[in-house]
Design a protein around this ligand. Structure first.
Ligand SMILES: [Zn+2]
Length: 117
């Protein structure tokens, strides 16, 4: 057993991927939609474009340029977002299936269409 350091988040299977379109279903950002920029599997979090913006104060430096206040996305718990089906354009539940090409793919529960092309 490794030493007990920080309590780790219980890993949940995250079936979201970069560039998925998601809708926030709970919290103060509820109703917002955006593209998944990053999936943080070890934390069960996702970074969604233009959602959960936080302001960061930065000092001027050669890499950031002028410094000042920079707005950036803060990660959201994956349970707070839902995938938007590109076909029916609503936040939807989906399940996994294996296509004829033996590829794992996600299927929209509403329109039964493959979400992954
Ligand atoms: Zn659908």
């Amino acid at each position: 057993m490794p030493r007990a350091a920080k309590p780790k988040a219980e890993p949940v299977p995250i079936r979201l991927k970069r560039n998925d379109l998601v809708e926030v279903i709970t919290g103060k950002e509820k109703g917002k939609t955006g593209k998944v920029l990053k999936v943080l599997r070890e934390k069960n979090q996702v970074l969604v474009e233009k959602v959960n913006m936080i302001k960061r104060h930065t000092r001027p430096s050669p890499t950031t340029g002028q410094g000042g206040i920079v707005e950036k996305e803060a990660p959201l718990m994956v349970s707070k977002v839902m995938l938007i089906c590109p076909k029916c354009a609503t936040a939807t539940r989906f399940h996994m299936t294996v296509t004829a090409e033996k590829k794992k793919s996600r299927v929209c529960r509403k329109c039964k269409d493959l979400i992954d092309g």
